[in-house]
Design a protein around this ligand. Structure first.
Ligand code: GLY
Length: 389
C-alpha cells in the first residue's frame, strides 16, 4: 500500500503502514485533524489500542489554522455560556504541551506576551469598548493600553491605531508544529493509521461493531470517536451526530526577509472587519482569516487575499516588506449554535468530538480528555454538557 504523506507539508513525516492486526482495534478515531489526533494520543496514553482513519491525516483545516488559543477573544457576546469551558480548555494546554514535547529535540512552544486587540478607527474603537466591557463583566482579563504603552509593547504598529487592549491569557501555537508533533507522538504511542475514508458503521442492535472503509475492508471495533471536522458524515450513519456545516476561512502566510517583525499576536478590528496576525517561531506571519459560507469550496479567491493584506497593513505597515509564501483555505466545522458537541451518541460505543468551529486548537486537549472519560463510562467536562441536540 502507498504510505500517506503529510498533506500539504514539506515535513518529512511518513505514517506507519497499518499491520493486519490494525483491522481490529480498541477504539477507532474517524478523522485525523487536531481533534482526532489529540483524542488518539489521549486514548493511547490510557493504554487503548487506537486506530485513526483518515485519507490525509494532519491536513485539512488543522494545517491551515491560525493556531490561536483564543480563550478570551473567541468568547464574544454569543459565547457567554462558554466562559468557563474556554478557560478550562486554555488551562489544559500546559499539560498537553508536556505530553507532546516529552523527548522531543525541538519542543513545540506557546507564544509569550498574549494578544493585543486593536481598533483601527473611531468606530472600531467604540465597538471594542463595548466588547471588552462585556468580557471584563464576565471575568475575562482585558486591559486597556495607552498609546505609549502600545508603541513600546508592539513596535511597528500603524500610528493611526485608535484603541489598544492587552489580553494576557490568549497565546498562540504554531499549528503545523503541533500537527507534526502529534503525528510523531501518536506513532510512538503505537497508534495505527489507515489512509482510507470511513463509509458506514456496522452495528449489532444498539452496539457498534465496526467501521467499513472505502478500501473494501472493515475495521472491527466496539468503540469509535467521530472527529471528522467539517466533513459530512450523514452517509456514515445511522447515528445521531448533529448537522455540521463548513465555514470557510482563508489565511495568508508571509515570510521574514530581515528577521521577525512581530512577537505577539495581534487582533484588529479594521473598518468593522476582524483580522489577526500570528507570528510563528521561525519569523513567518499568518494573517487570517475570512469567514465565508460557501459550502465545501476551499478555493482561494483574490478578494480574500486582498482584504486580509489590506487590513493587516492598516495595523502593521511593515508587512509590505515580507515575502508572500502562501494563501490557503480551510473549513471550520460549525453546528447550528456554534457550540461543540462532545458527548456519547445513542449508538453504544460511539462518541462525538465535533463542531469546534473557530476553536479547534484551543479545545483539542480538553475535548480529548473528555472523550476518554466518556469512553471509560465517566462524564465529560461540564462545559460540554447541556447542549441541546
Ligand atoms: N480561530 C480563528 C479562526 O477560526 O479564524
Amino acid at each position: 500500500m502507498d504510505l500517506p504523506q503529510l498533506a500539504g507539508s514539506s515535513a518529512d513525516v511518513r505514517l506507519l503502514p497499518p499491520s493486519t492486526s490494525a483491522r481490529r482495534t480498541d477504539v477507532a478515531v474517524v478523522g485525523g485533524g487536531v481533534i482526532g489526533l489529540s483524542t488518539a494520543l489521549e486514548l493511547a496514553t490510557r493504554d487503548q489500542r487506537v486506530t485513526v482513519i483518515d485519507p490525509h491525516p494532519a491536513g485539512g483545516a488543522s494545517w491551515v489554522a491560525g493556531g490561536m488559543l483564543g480563550a478570551t477573544l473567541e468568547t464574544g457576546f454569543a459565547e457567554v455560556d462558554d466562559v468557563e469551558l474556554h478557560l478550562a480548555a486554555r488551562q489544559a494546554w500546559e499539560p498537553f504541551l508536556e505530553l507532546l514535547n516529552a523527548g522531543r529535540a525541538a519542543p513545540v512552544s506557546m507564544s509569550q506576551g498574549g494578544t493585543f486587540l486593536l481598533g483601527a478607527d473611531a468606530s472600531d474603537a467604540r465597538e471594542l469598548d463595548r466588547l471588552t466591557g462585556f468580557m471584563a463583566s464576565v471575568g475575562l482579563e482585558v486591559a486597556r493600553c495607552d498609546p505609549s504603552e502600545l508603541d513600546e509593547q508592539v513596535p511597528g504598529l500603524s500610528p493611526g491605531i485608535r484603541a489598544g487592549f492587552h489580553v494576557p491569557g490568549d497565546p498562540s501555537v504554531d499549528n503545523r508544529q503541533v500537527m507534526v508533533a502529534l503525528l510523531e507522538r501518536c506513532q510512538e504511542a503505537s497508534v495505527q493509521f489507515i489512509a482510507a475514508t470511513a463509509t458506514s458503521m456496522r452495528r449489532s442492535g444498539d452496539w457498534l461493531e465496526g467501521i467499513e472503509l472505502d478500501d473494501g475492508t472493515t475495521l472491527r471495533t466496539g468503540a469509535a470517536v467521530l472527529a471528522t471536522g467539517a466533513v459530512d458524515t450523514a452517509g456514515l450513519g445511522p447515528h445521531d451526530a448533529p448537522a455540521i456545516r463548513p465555514v470557510k476561512g482563508t489565511i495568508v502566510r508571509l515570510g521574514p526577509r530581515r528577521g521577525p517583525i512581530l512577537d505577539v499576536v495581534l487582533r484588529g478590528l479594521v473598518r468593522g472587519r476582524m483580522c489577526y496576525l500570528v507570528p510563528r517561531p521561525d519569523g513567518c506571519l499568518a494573517i487570517g482569516a475570512t469567514t465565508e459560507e460557501r459550502g465545501y469550496d476551499t478555493s482561494v479567491d483574490a478578494l480574500s487575499v486582498f482584504s486580509l493584506l489590506e487590513d493587516a497593513r492598516a495595523l502593521l505597515p511593515g508587512i509590505d516588506d515580507l515575502e508572500f509564501l502562501e494563501a490557503s483555505s480551510g473549513l471550520r466545522p460549525a453546528t447550528t449554535d456554534h457550540r461543540p458537541v462532545v458527548c456519547a451518541s445513542t449508538v453504544r460505543g460511539l462518541v462525538f468530538n465535533l463542531g469546534h468551529y473557530r476553536n479547534g486548537f484551543l479545545m483539542a486537549p480538553l475535548a480529548a480528555q473528555s472523550v476518554a472519560e466518556l469512553l471509560e463510562g465517566r462524564r465529560a467536562h461540564p462545559g460540554f454538557e447541556g447542549k441541546e441536540r
